[in-house]
Design a protein around this ligand. Structure first.
Ligand SMILES: Nc1ncnc2c1ncn2[C@@H]1O[C@H](COP(=O)(O)OP(=O)(O)OP(=O)(O)O)[C@@H](O)[C@H]1O
Ligand SMILES: [Mg+2]
Length: 256
């Protein structure tokens, strides 16, 4: 009799523990996928012309993956990155990032989330011309509320990691194309974002800088588990990624 409540409690505790573990697993399973895209459609209309740029794309990106997206010019790679990262709207389908549907975030939340958790290496995200390289790089930190002295320190470290410690005070127009691209990469990585979107990150780089930048991304991916989604035309870059997603005419043609 005296045993009953104890056993009852033990059973209850075990059940609770099991439930918690299940919940933990569920959370882990959800956390495992940092991005889930389901049936994404996007059509551009300009006047009479319609371009169905995304035709029902399904794509799951696991936390800590390094994924290359390849495919012919115009097949929808940039459109996909813009849609998945919440930079641009899409017509139908759902994108879930770290368990939260983009649709459930308002503009402010989405912008905040991007500043805290995402890094972008996009050609359209140009550097500001009137400020120095280090000021460009520290910008995302200042936006996220990091103290200016700390932001400066981290921006300098990030510039050093792309081999530009000695160009910190240069303005973009005093840098070469490849150096500008590396500053953009330093800026994208300075926040240690969970998820980095890169559209042709090595497009302007010579083989040496390109290899360096890729090595840096691989190291961050390995050591810090950062997730990278990299659009590239370069088979060498793609070969360094653990997974290659091939797009064709607005669809995923292969995933290997
Ligand atoms: N703002 C826009 N208005 C109209 N059509 C667009 C717009 N942006 C892209 N498109 C069209 O959508 C299709 C997909 O474009 P997207 O930029 O995603 O291609 P991509 O795969 O990134 O090509 P690239 O390798 O040349 O960068 C193309 O046919 C393009 O012409
Ligand atoms: Mg593109």
């Amino acid at each position: 009799m005296g045993q009953e409540p104890t056993i009852g409690r033990a059973v209850a505790v075990r059940e609770l523990t099991e439930k918690a573990a299940e919940r933990g697993n569920e959370a882990a399973a959800k956390k495992d996928a940092i991005v889930v895209a389901e049936k994404i459609h996007k059509t551009f209309r300009s006047g009479e012309i319609e371009v169905h740029a995304l035709r029902g794309v399904d794509l799951t990106i696991g936390t800590g993956e390094m994924v290359a997206i390849m495919g012919p010019s115009g097949c929808g790679k940039t459109t996909l990155l813009n849609s998945l990262s919440g930079l641009d709207s899409f017509d139908s389908g759902q994108v879930t990032i770290e368990g939260t549907p983009l649709a459930a975030m308002n503009d402010r939340t989405r912008t905040d989330y991007r500043a805290r958790r995402m890094g972008f290496v996009f050609q359209s995200f140009n550097l500001l011309p009137v400020i120095s390289a280090v000021e460009n790089v520290e910008m995302p930190l200042l936006v996220s509320g990091v103290r200016p002295s700390e932001a400066r320190k981290r921006a300098l470290e990030s510039l050093a990691s792309v081999g530009l410690a000695n160009r910190a005070s240069h303005r973009p127009m005093q840098l070469s194309g490849g150096q500008i691209q590396r500053v953009t990469i330093a800026r994208a990585l300075v926040n240690h974002p969970a998820l980095v979107w890169a559209d042709e990150p090595t497009g302007n780089l010579d083989v040496g800088s390109s290899t360096e930048v890729l090595a840096l991304m691989q190291r961050l991916n390995r050591e810090q588990g950062q997730t990278f989604v990299i659009v590239t035309h370069d088979p060498h870059v793609a070969g360094l990624c653990g997974r290659i997603v091939r797009m064709e005419d607005g669809e995923i043609a292969a995933d290997e």
